[in-house]
Design a protein around this ligand. Structure first.
Ligand code: ADP
Ligand code: MG
Length: 475
């Protein structure tokens, strides 16, 4: 069903899994040279980086990161959020590239930094450097941004600060991850053609043949490669819940989310939701007096002992990092998990017994492994759709293949990075897929591209600057 949804999105404008063209038509070779800026607006963090590519798979990266202030996620006007981003770019440039800004001001040449903007929300792109926001996800809600070009919004704020920066590429985070990994791989290795994000949200991007995309792609793009990276938007897979597993906790989480009925796959897989699922399931056990969770030795309920405003009792207050701690702590007395339960749930330390921690561990494991297996299903479906496992097709596509690796998948996001064994559980799904199986699964490589979405954005900005503004000088 997931494969069918991927295919349908290539033919029609569908309401979910809408297969958005990224306007990125090639993968990095590792030979690129230049200096550019990447900005990554994820769901939780804003990252700014500069990347200097040396043309030999190596690079120098400078990097800052701030948490996005929650009030800006639901700001009254786009200006509030985008001026914040522009100020972060300004701070970054002042800190690391002051001489360049000063030179650019005094220099008669039109010198600027090319900037790639990773905007990890559904946008409809009409060129490599422009795209309008379709809808917010991941808890963001700023109504006047809908249908606006997010590159223009950012450029306007950059110009107000008189920074020598041009937004030359609008980048999907999964696409950025692919390009970042592609640049850094040894030249002899198969290039990644699939990228997947498991962070605040989840999405997958893959390289598709233009001949397979029968719906219209608006605007101009480079047709010479015969390919285009497509964004599956798999977070919205099966919004009707025909095949996804449904527990009472999934139902309650969905009802209290900002977008009930949407992003149903994402609500089972990504970081924004896993902590809340755990909270809801643990709360159910907690309310059952007979089970004695978080009670003292006499079996007395400690309900009154800890604040009703504790995270355990408050929606969306439990961060998904507790699932990683639960999975990682395999000691007998579970000290790390017990401490994390105290910190994350707000349960007093002396009310968290080893047995309580064991209960939380079992539930967290169920939620975490379900997420990873679903993640594997999504990646597997894209691998099948992209036909890269079909070696005849592969040779015809002219990609460099080695016997060891036939498909390379670039991944990024805190969940896949920190949840122990996430990749292994994903691989269980890949092996279980009939069209993949044990032998082919072993020839799929999965590689983490740390900060891939910001670094990749900078590289794509550089590639795009050549196409967008050919007469100007950029670094
Ligand atoms: P973004 O989505 O902004 O790019 P990340 O990839 O860092 O940022 O993902 C942030 C999400 O990952 C948050 O929802 C957070 O709850 C979750 N998260 C952070 N640390 C961990 C961890 N150690 N284990 C599992 N999930 C985590
Ligand atoms: Mg991200």
């Amino acid at each position: 069903m997931l494969i069918a949804a991927i295919e349908l999105g290539l033919r029609q404008r569908t309401p979910s899994m809408c297969q958005i063209p990224t306007y990125l038509t090639q993968v990095a070779t590792g030979l690129e040279k230049g200096l550019s800026i990447g900005v990554d607006l994820g769901g939780t963090n804003l990252r700014v980086c500069s990347v200097e590519l040396h043309g030999d798979s190596t690079s120098d990266i400078l990097h800052t990161q701030v948490r996005i202030p929650p009030e800006l996620m639901v700001a009254k006007a786009s200006h509030d959020l985008f001026s914040f981003i522009a100020r972060q770019i300004q701070d970054f440039l002042v800190k690391f590239h002051l001489a360049f800004i000063q030179d650019a001001k005094s220099d008669a040449h039109d010198q600027y930094f090319a900037l790639g903007f990773t905007f990890s929300f559904p946008v409809y792109q009409s060129a490599i450097n422009s795209g309008v926001l379709l809808n917010w996800t991941k808890g963001f809600d700023i109504p006047d941004t809908i249908n606006q070009d997010v590159c223009q919004l950012l450029q306007r704020e950059i110009d107000l600060l008189e920074l020598p920066v041009r937004v030359t590429a609008l980048v999907n985070d999964a696409a950025g991850t692919i390009i970042s990994r592609a640049y850094g791989l040894p030249l002899s290795r198969t290039r990644p053609t699939i990228g997947a994000i498991f962070g605040t949200g989840t999405n997958g991007v893959y390289l598709e043949s233009l001949s397979e995309i029968t719906k219209t792609i608006d605007g101009d793009y480079d047709r010479s490669t015969g390919k285009m990276f497509m964004s599956t938007e798999w977070g919205s897979f099966d919004n009707k819940l025909s095949v996804l597993p449904v527990t009472p906790y999934d139902t309650e989480l969905n009802e209290h989310s900002v977008n009930p009925g949407n992003q149903m796959f994402e609500k089972r897989v990504s970081g924004m939701f896993l902590g809340e699922l755990l909270r809801l399931a643990v709360l159910q056990v907690y309310y059952d007096d007979g089970l004695g969770l978080f009670r003292d030795d006499t079996g007395k309920s400690n309900t009154d002992d800890f604040n009703r405003g504790a995270p355990l009792h408050t929606r969306w207050k439990v961060d998904s990092s507790i699932l990683s701690v639960a999975e990682a702590d395999n000691s007998e007395l579970l000290p790390a998990l017990r401490e994390k339960i105290h910190v994350s749930f707000g349960v007093p330390r002396d009310s968290v017994s080893v047995r309580d921690a064991q209960v939380v561990k079992i539930i967290a494991h169920a939620i975490g492994t379900r997420a990873a297996r679903l993640a594997g299903m999504a990646v597997g479906s894209v691998i099948v759709q992209s036909q890269l496992l079909d070696e005849t097709h592969h040779v015809a596509a002219g990609l460099e293949a080695t016997r060891e690796t036939i498909v390379d998948v670039a991944v990024d996001g805190s969940v896949v990075e920190h949840y122990p064994g996430f990749e292994q559980y994903m691989r269980e799904s890949l092996r279980a897929l009939e069209q993949i199986g044990v032998e082919k699964e072993s020839r799929i490589s999965i590689g983490h591209a740390k900060d891939g979405s910001s670094v990749g954005a900078a590289i794509i900005a550089l590639l795009a600057a050549e196409q967008v503004v050919p007469n100007s000088t950029h670094l």
